[in-house]
Design a protein around this ligand. Structure first.
Ligand SMILES: Nc1ncnc2c1ncn2[C@@H]1O[C@H](COP(=O)(O)OP(=O)(O)OP(=O)(O)O)[C@@H](O)[C@H]1O
Ligand SMILES: [Mg+2]
Length: 254
């Protein structure tokens, strides 16, 4: 069984950026195959990784509900969903990406959600790493459309509300039935002048601190110019990414 990392935190703290960097790093060090899951309804992980926007699980779900009556004879809903899930998976060099898309609208999705969960359970063991970009609400974790997690990274920045969100995320994860083995706070893009004051607050959180991703203007320049993080390489970031992966590896099975 491979390892899984979920990234959570307040909106705009850098979850998707860090998720994309973790995926890029794992691919670069040859730690494949990797399953990347974009569990944020406002999906942009694919774009950050330099991919075209594909179909989401949410759209597939709508499609199943809309066309169920016209299914080919003999084709069950389960078979249709499974074939669809395979189709919408974007297969890249070193990683595959699934975009979850919008959550539940009106109508009952429970059955479809359980099919997605089964698909995940069947699929996840064939990957060395599963990396999940969450929305702050952790909807997919709590609905169990994704499984147990080895490490949850909660991203905070110098916005004090992001610290409150970190505590909320921690509480939510204590209430859900999924097992989360390791939880860490990581800081991102903290201006130098606020670092000391912020670190005081970070160290008082219920979740231990792991590392800091510096504010790096090349990131916003790259996003501005190309929309993706392709080509971004920075020794400081590498060092933090290595620490994250090594920490999870070292504490695996602990
Ligand atoms: N270390 C960094 N240095 C400079 N800019 C950064 C850094 N990390 C993230 N950013 C920028 O901050 C913005 C927010 O980042 P990102 O989209 O990754 O956050 P998010 O938490 O996923 O947001 P959302 O909650 O909207 O999904 C982006 O414009 C991104 O390019
Ligand atoms: Mg995001």
């Amino acid at each position: 069984m491979g390892k899984s990392i979920a990234i959570a935190g307040k909106g705009g703290t850098g979850k998707s950026t860090i998720t994309a960097m973790i995926i890029k790093y794992l691919v670069e060090i040859g730690e494949g195959p990797i399953l990347a899951i974009d569990a944020d309804p406002d999906a942009n992980l694919g774009t950050l990784l330099g991919l075209e926007q594909g179909t989401s699980v949410g759209e597939l779900r709508e499609d199943v509900l809309a066309t169920f009556k016209n299914f080919p004879a003999g084709m069950s809903k389960a078979a249709y969903v499974e074939a669809g899930l395979h189709d919408i998976m974007v297969e890249m060099k070193g990683f595959d990406l699934i975009t979850m898309g919008r959550g539940e609208g009106p109508g009952c999705y429970c059955y479809l959600n359980s099919l997605i969960r089964k698909f995940y359970d069947d699929l996840a063991p064939s990957y060395a790493w599963v990396v999940i970009d969450n929305e702050a609400g952790l909807e997919h974790l709590s609905r169990r459309t994704t499984g147990n997690i080895d490490a949850l990274l909660i991203v905070v920045n110098d916005n004090p509300i992001s610290l409150q969100t970190a505590e909320k995320v921690n509480k939510i994860t204590e209430q859900i039935s999924n097992v989360i083995r390791l939880k860490y706070v990581v800081t991102n893009m903290v201006p130098e002048r606020r670092r000391e004051a912020l670190m005081e607050k970070v160290k008082a959180l219920s979740v231990p601190y792991l590392c800091d991703f510096p504010l790096n203007e090349n990131i916003s320049d790259l996003i501005m110019d190309t929309g993706s993080l392709k080509g971004f390489d920075d020794p400081e970031f590498r060092e933090r990414l290595k620490l994250i992966i090594d920490t999870i590896d070292t504490k695996k099975g602990g």
